[in-house]
Ligand binder design. Sequence first.
Ligand code: GLN
Length: 478
Amino acid sequence: MQIESLTIASVKAGLLARHFSATELAAEALRFAEAGNPKTNAYLLLNPERALANARRVDERIARGEDPGALAGVPLAVKDVIVTKGVRTTCGSHLLEHYIPPYDATAITRIEAAGGVILGKTNCDEFAMGSSNENSAFGPVRNPVALDRVPGGSSGGSAAAVAQRTAVVALGSDTGGSIRQPASFCGVVGVTPTYGRVSRYGLTAFASSLDHIGPFARTVRDAATVLGIIAGRDPCDATSAEAPVPDYTALLDGNVKGLKLGLPREYLKDLTSETGDLILRGVDALKRLGCEVREISLPATDYAIACYYIIATAEASSNLARYDGVRYTFRSANSVTLADMYRRTRGDGFGAECKRRIMLGTYVLSAGYYDAYYLKAQKVRALIARDFSNAFQEVDAIVAPVSPFPAFKLGEKVDDPVAMYLSDIYTITGSLAGIPCMSVPCGATRDGLPVGMQILTRHFDETTMFRLADAFEHTQSN
Ligand code: GLN
């Protein structure tokens, strides 16, 4: 078996033809991941017991002549903000270094029911806050395409695992771009579904009104398969949607003729770089497939960074209040009073970026400033969402860059949080509006750095997004 070139379909075909068993594949995948990890630091933990138990179940189903499931035997990786029962889940933080969750996230339960083999947990920015994976308490991840560069963040480990081919698919989480941006930087497919499409039960909360779980894969078809499995109403998450989940892969017919695409003026005005050229080349390929392209305007884009970094930090300051030294493992020693214990635990446990966000979030929520900042940001969020609904009156999908630039060097932006925040400009708008958006590879710069093209569609219309991305992907490989 060629671990590097496996897809969901080829794993299943290999299993059914008895070329290999799920157990053999899992053992080989674990070996391959372990051997590759010192290079990238993509995994924080590999879990042979669970992976092999998953694999044995698949082999038993096959032996009994049962359908082994849509993800039968597929080696996959999970971002370490998604909880796994009995398996350490750190969120990239010292605070949770020894935390063993007592339950599985719904996405995990569904993946395993479909026969998926979870190899381990991937590195990420602490509590998913960051755009470079340099905020992890357990060291940065290196981009497998260029080891002196960041893989993007915050789901850098999941993107790197798929790019390094140690996992066929991976789960990440996206609050303001953390799936799409690392997918773009590592040259893989990354999908942020509609808000509410996938249950957040078991996803450690960062900014609850913006958090999503979504897949990484090397092909659009594989990403669509995974989303089809994890999507759908879950009684454990009241914000998960009742909307029926289509059979995404059955709808990938390559025909996108006549689809109307919008190119947002505001996203292209500063893009004169190689990234811009690659996006425009991608748009030309879509035109050749018969899509109609027109320029559109999303005028509230200029306020998106400010709006996101108020709402996300406000929600984070509240969500992170639970790490108080009482309920979750880490507690700083030698405190005399309760207040002292809180202060030391949080002071020693959180990294600099989390502290920055807790302070900012607490500030914008405080009595004298709530209206001026938090309330104003909520109004701006409504304007951003309205821009998209207006655009979708005219077009079926929006095509845009994912990031203003390709993967930057490790250390390049780490001392300048504002520069880091600005790199999220093209991804946070879709997150604020809660619409589906994804990154699909659209070539590489002269230095060989991957660039992703972003596709955004109406709420719950992942189908159009996947159809476009799949048709586009085929123009790239030919
Ligand atoms: N880079 C953004 C941030 O730091 C997005 C993070 C995310 O999507 N989890 O908040």
